[in-house]
Design a protein around this ligand. Structure first.
Ligand SMILES: Nc1ncnc2c1ncn2[C@@H]1O[C@H](COP(=O)(O)OP(=O)(O)OP(=O)(O)O)[C@@H](O)[C@H]1O
Ligand SMILES: [Mg+2]
Length: 325
C-alpha cells in the first residue's frame, strides 16, 4: 500500500504529535557527544506533494538509528535528502557540527556516508566486483595505473570477495559473476556489502532486509551491529519491527512527512511504536521547552524543537488527528 498525501492547511504534519526523544539507558556517553549527522527543518516538496515538512534528525557516533513509518511517510525522501540524492528546498544538514550541502550522492560518499537506496543501485550487467567498486575503481600501481589508467581488476576482485565474505554471504562464490544472474536477495547483499566496505562514518540502509531470507537478514543485522561496534553510525529504514527492536539504539518515527517523535526499544514496545507510526497513539507528556532543557535533554526535541519531553508517554490520539486527507 502506498499512500500519497497532499498537504492542506488543516493537516500540518508537525502539528499532529508532540515529539519525544529518548536516551537509551546506560548509553548516556554516546549522546553527550556531538552528532555525526544532523538535520534541521528539512522541507522538500514535489509539486503539490509534501515529501518532508520540516524534519529534524540527529545521528550520534556509534549508534543505530532506525527510521520507521508508514508507506509514503517520507523515510526514503529523508535519507535521500541526507545523502545528496535529493536537494531539500530548505533546512540545514551538518556533519560533526559543520554545515554541508550535498548536491549529489558522490558528495555524501566523499564525506564518508555510504547509502543503499531502496531502489537498488547496482548495475545488473556488471560483475559483482565491478559493482562493489562502481565509481571508485582501483588503478594498478605505478605508470600502468597512473598513465595508462589500467584497473587493478585482480585486486578489486580479491577485496570484493573479502567484503562479501565479511558479510557472511556464502551463497555468492564467484566475484566475476554478473549481478543480473544473482537472486534479488544476493543483489541486495552486494549493495549492503559495498556500503559496509566503504562507509567511513555513516552507513544508510533503506529496507536492506526487505528482499532477504531469514538467514541473510540475520547476517545483515549482524553486520549492522559489527559496524556500530567499529564506531560507525547507521541509519536503518525498515518496516520490520522485530529487526528494528533488535538492533536500534533509537527509533525515529516518521509520519505524514514529519517526525512524530523518537523512542527507544526500552521506552516503547513494538505495538506502541506502530501505534505512534499510524497515528493511533501519540507521544505525550510534560512538555519541556528545548531551549530551557539541560544538555542531555537537547536531543529530546521533536521536529519543531519545542515540545521535547523526557517523561514522554503514549496517549490515545483524538480520532480525527490521525486521518490522512
Ligand atoms: N521524486 C518524487 N516525485 C514526486 N513525489 C515523490 C517523489 N519522491 C517521493 N515522493 C512522494 O513523497 C512522499 C514520501 O515518499 P517516500 O518514498 O519518502 O516514502 P517512504 O516513507 O519511503 O515510503 P515506503 O515505506 O513506501 O518506502 C510520497 O507521497 C511520495 O509519493
Ligand atoms: Mg521508502
Amino acid at each position: 500500500m502506498t499512500v500519497n498525501w497532499i498537504q492542506t492547511p488543516h493537516t500540518r504534519a508537525s502539528d499532529l504529535e508532540v515529539s519525544h526523544d529518548g536516551i537509551p539507558p546506560g548509553k548516556e556517553a554516546i549522546y553527550a557527544q556531538e552528532p555525526v549527522l544532523s538535520a534541521r527543518n528539512l522541507v522538500i516538496t514535489f509539486g503539490r506533494v509534501v515529501g518532508l515538512d520540516g524534519v529534524d534528525l540527529d545521528l550520534y557516533p556509534g549508534e543505530v538509528l532506525a527510521v520507521i513509518g508508514d508507506n509514503g511517510a517520507g523515510k526514503s525522501t529523508l535519507i535521500k535528502c541526507l545523502t545528496g540524492a535529493y536537494v531539500p528546498n530548505s533546512g540545514t544538514i551538518t556533519m560533526n557540527g559543520r554545515e554541508v550541502s550535498f548536491k549529489k550522492p558522490q558528495d555524501a560518499r566523499e564525506a564518508g556516508i555510504e547509502t543503499v537506496y531502496q531502489q537498488l543501485a547496482v548495475i545488473p550487467a556488471l560483475d559483482i566486483a565491478s559493482n562493489l567498486y562502481l565509481a571508485r575503481e582501483d588503478r594498478r600501481k605505478g605508470p600502468l595505473g597512473s598513465i595508462f589508467r589500467m584497473l587493478d581488476k585482480k585486486g578489486m576482485e580479491r577485496r570484493a570477495g573479502e567484503a562479501v565474505q565479511n558479510l557472511g554471504i556464502q551463497t555468492i562464490q564467484n566475484m566475476g559473476q554478473a549481478v543480473e544472474t544473482l537472486s534479488g536477495g544476493q543483489r541486495q547483499a552486494v549493495a549492503v556489502a559495498r556500503a559496509a566496505a566503504f562507509g567511513s562514518k555513516v552507513v544508510v540502509l533503506d529496507e536492506p532486509t526487505a528482499a532477504l531470507g531469514v538467514k541473510e537478514s540475520g547476517m545483515v543485522l549482524d553486520m549492522i551491529k559489527q559496524l556500530r561496534d567499529k564506531g560507525l553510525s547507521i541509519i536503518l529504514v525498515s518496516h520490520n519491527m522485530p529487526h528494528v527492536w533488535e538492533v536500534a539504539d533509537r527509533i525515529h518515527i516518521q509520519r505524514l512527512g514529519g517526525r512524530a517523535g523518537v523512542i527507544t526499544p526500552e521506552s516503547h514496545d513494538m505495538g506502541e511504536g506502530v501505534a505512534i507510526m499510524t497515528g493511533a497513539k501519540k507521544l505525550g507528556g510534560t512538555a519541556t521547552p528545548a531551549a530551557e532543557a539541560p544538555r542531555a535533554d537537547a536531543v529530546h526535541e521533536g521536529s519543531r524543537g519545542s515540545e521535547g519531553t523526557r517523561a514522554g508517554h503514549v496517549e490515545d490520539a483524538p480520532a480525527d488527528r490521525g486521518d490522512r486527507p
